[in-house]
Design a protein around this ligand. Structure first.
Ligand SMILES: *Cc1c(COP(=O)(O)O)cnc(C)c1O
Length: 395
């Protein structure tokens, strides 16, 4: 079966004689047992069965099975946020004295997580340039249990050579975890490329409606799954049945939403590329974006998130233009039905390789609105900038 079928397939919520197409919402804190013996051995049930609402309800298990199928994984674990999934994976591998490698273009909260939290535990966070895999070798060693990557980086949009990074990490005995939020398993399956843990912020495309926060971790190895589940328990991670149900509902339309957002993003990106006040448009499907060849080789398609690098000279009038947009809300999160723009003063901070762009960045998430309406809104809102650019000879 194909991915779009897997998004909706499964009658796991059936409870005969009642039958429906919809997985049931099983709310629970307490789980009850038929015998004292079953109660006594409930610990073992945290992995695949039921022992306590925090460790899994039938609703959460149904969601985990569906995500696992899409990821080509054996097991999936859902937790209360994408970032919780990152933290628990990191802590499942790292000890005091360990070094963990993070990509220089990674999710922004990784830097304060490294500086203000991991550092205090005696865990060294080392950032690396994902586009220079050869420079990674010297950072790897016996005390390096884990390398994180993000494919592509969700602001600067570079697609790394995942298999190359994985080969180098594995040669040194390190596991690899990939933040696959931009692509979703429909566009890229990290585990097929040797990655050990595929992480998704389900708060974005998988849920798809900007109304729930969740993270998922998918793996092929049973022992690894058990380790992650143990750490999830020690950190008190879990999801509510209601939230799991919202993500299950979102998943059913993932394939059509993603196709639509990708197509719209392609149109909008092409429009931006023609504007005199725009320095560069970054989307992995665009030939000029770093790692485009790796994207073309490894990915089944793109998604609706892309970045517009604006000439620094246009900075003064930019905010007013962005604020005058009607169909694009200003916000950081993405992957929903509404178009959103994240307006940044600059490329997020890096420590290994300086950003190639000096100037503001607008990151757009294409929603499900009509593309002509979106273009009309953009043309109108950014007209003052185009006029100024013409006067001042920007571009
Ligand atoms: C949003 C996001 C996260 C964090 O997910 P939350 O569910 O918001 O905690 C991690 N990585 C990427 C790439 C994201 O976009």
């Amino acid at each position: 079966m194909h991915d779009d079928t897997h998004c909706v397939y499964g009658r796991d919520g059936d409870d005969p004689p009642f039958r429906s197409l919809t997985p049931a919402v099983h709310r629970a804190s307490t789980v009850v047992f038929p015998t004292v013996e079953a109660y006594q051995s409930r610990r073992e049930a945290i992995y695949d069965g039921y022992s306590y609402g925090l460790y899994g309800t039938p609703t959460a298990r149904t969601l985990e099975k569906r995500i696992a199928r899409l990821e080509g994984a054996e097991k999936c674990l859902v937790v209360q946020s994408g970032f919780a999934a990152i933290v628990l994976t990191t802590l499942a591998f790292a000890r005091t004295g360990s070094r963990v490698l993070f990509p220089d273009n990674g999710y922004e909260t990784l830097r304060p997580f490294a500086a203000d939290f991991l550092d205090g535990l005696g865990i060294e966070a080392q950032f690396y340039d994902p586009m220079r895999p050869d420079a990674v070798d010297r950072l790897l060693g016996p005390n390096t249990p884990l390398l994180w990557l993000e494919a592509p980086g969700s602001v600067t949009m570079e697609t790394p050579d995942v298999a190359d990074l994985v080969a180098r990490a594995h040669r040194h005995g390190a596991k690899v975890a990939a933040d696959n939020t931009w692509a979703t398993p429909l566009r890229f399956r990290p585990l097929d490329h040797g990655v050990d843990v595929s992480m998704n912020a389900a708060s974005k495309y998988l849920s798809g409606h900007s109304d729930v926060i969740m993270g998922s971790l998918a793996v092929r190895d049973e022992a690894l799954y058990r380790r992650l589940k143990d750490v999830s328990r020690f950190m008190g991670c879990g999801v509510s049945a209601d939230d799991a149900s919202l993500v299950l509902r979102g998943l059913e339309t993932l394939a059509v939403r993603l196709d639509r957002s990708e197509a719209t993003a392609t149109h909008l990106a092409a429009w931006f590329a023609e504007q005199s006040w725009v320095a560069e448009v970054r989307h992995p499907a665009r030939p000029g974006t770093p790692g485009h060849d790796a994207w073309k080789r490894d990915f089944a398609g793109g998604s609706g998130l892309f970045s517009v690098y604006v000439h620094d000279a246009a900075r003064a009038r930019l905010d007013a233009c962005v604020e005058s947009l009607e169909l694009f809300a200003i916000g950081a999160s993405w992957g929903g039905t509404h178009s959103v723009v994240a307006a940044m003063r600059q490329v997020p901070p890096r420590t290994v390789t300086p950003a190639s762009h000096v100037g503001p960045v607008l990151r757009f998430s294409a929603g499900l609105e009509n593309v002509e309406d979106l273009l009309t809104d953009l043309r109108r809102a950014f007209a003052p900038l185009a006029a100024t650019a013409a006067q001042e000879g920007i571009g």
